[in-house]
Write a protein that binds this ligand. Structure first.
Ligand code: SF4
Length: 64
């Protein structure tokens, strides 16, 4: 089944540098200021690593 990374912005306090941006192996996540990160779905390989590093569970790898 195909997976998709979803950013649940309402769960993100948007007040700190996103730790998940740093762990993405392909640079698919970007953050402007302290806003919730944005995912580039063209780059994302759906590994789920970012989801493990978000303490607020704002990054979710979902079945598409
Ligand atoms: S699922 Fe993997 S490739 Fe996609 S944004 Fe998260 S860490 Fe990067």
């Amino acid at each position: 089944m195909q997976k998709k990374l979803v950013v649940v912005a309402e769960r993100c306090p948007q007040n700190h540098p996103c730790p998940s941006v740093r762990v993405c192996p392909v640079g698919a996540l970007t953050q402007k200021g302290f806003a919730a990160p944005v995912v580039d779905h063209e780059k994302c390989v759906k590994c789920g690593k970012c989801a493990q590093f978000c303490p607020k569970m704002a990054l979710v790898l979902q079945d598409n």
